[in-house]
Design a protein around this ligand. Sequence first.
Ligand code: FPP
Ligand code: MG
Length: 333
Amino acid sequence: MSKSASPMGPPAAEAATPFALIREPLEEVERQFLAELATATPGIAAIGDYLHSGGGKRLRPALLLLAAELCGARGPKMVALGTVVEMIHAATLIHDDVIDDAAIRRGRPSANTRWGARACVLAGDWLYMQAFSIALRQRHFAILDELIRLTETMVAGELRQQEMAGTVVTRQQHLDLIEAKTARLFAVCCKLGALSVGRAAEAATLERFGRELGIAFQMVDDILDFTASEDLLGKPVGNDLREGKMTLPALYAYERADRGQRRRMELVMREGYATVGLAEIRELLAETGALERAMTEAREHAAAAQDLLVGFPPSVWREAMMALPMLAVERMH
Ligand code: FPP
Ligand code: MG
């Protein structure tokens, strides 16, 4: 991004990161999220507060707000929609940790570890329905329709993930899965602002941008699961394979591995790192070029996302959106 103040936007200091541009509405999303949560029964509010205060990148509302600006949509309605997507995201994380029986999330004991699965299922339900309640206040059927179809896709994706756990999946099965569990939400975030101001053509392009960005983001997530540290990730490393999930780097390594190495990977998928250590798996991923291959693919999706923005008139918002795909693939956590 340009270092000098540009006639298209704010001074350089503010343009330092794409998120600096939407700092204020993003803070309003934070306030609304907490205010909505405060209306819940205390047991539920505590769980929601705990997850929310544990950190998180607030990527989905940020994406929604930036994409909305690209279509001239801003103000309280966009803040409300930002809150909606962050709440849906929070609900899915709470439910996902129950399903995965995860012990750690965002660097702390997961909510299910502290409050138990039963309370967490209910807290996830509440967050999810509150998100719909906020969305309903907008009286915009196309937006509700998007959110309903999004949920159906995410639920189906999560179920498929459970069914496929412990098995060696095809590349296409894996791509369909990351589209359902991550990229659809990104796509919806990107199109809601355009939809709310009736800009159908832009909504369709931004949806495709969000999809490409989401795929790139998830591919990098799956690479970081092997390469980053637990401190940086806020969750255990090497977790996907331990949970029996064959992600893209694992799939590529498996493809080039010999019989013995394949057996060792299958063993991790069955019993975790009891017999085969994470170091051995990391080495296999490096030596088969799997990490590089997956990273190249992530970069291709990031570049495809950027290409989709060229038709929008130049603006500080377009520049910020253009920067997101590379930030997603170059991130360290
Ligand atoms: C994380 O995957 C899971 C998701 C992003 C989707 C979860 C979806 C659901 C639980 C179903 C929908 C539920 C509602 C309330 C709409 P992961 O386990 O690979 O990631 P992780 O390592 O961060 O846990
Ligand atoms: Mg999980």
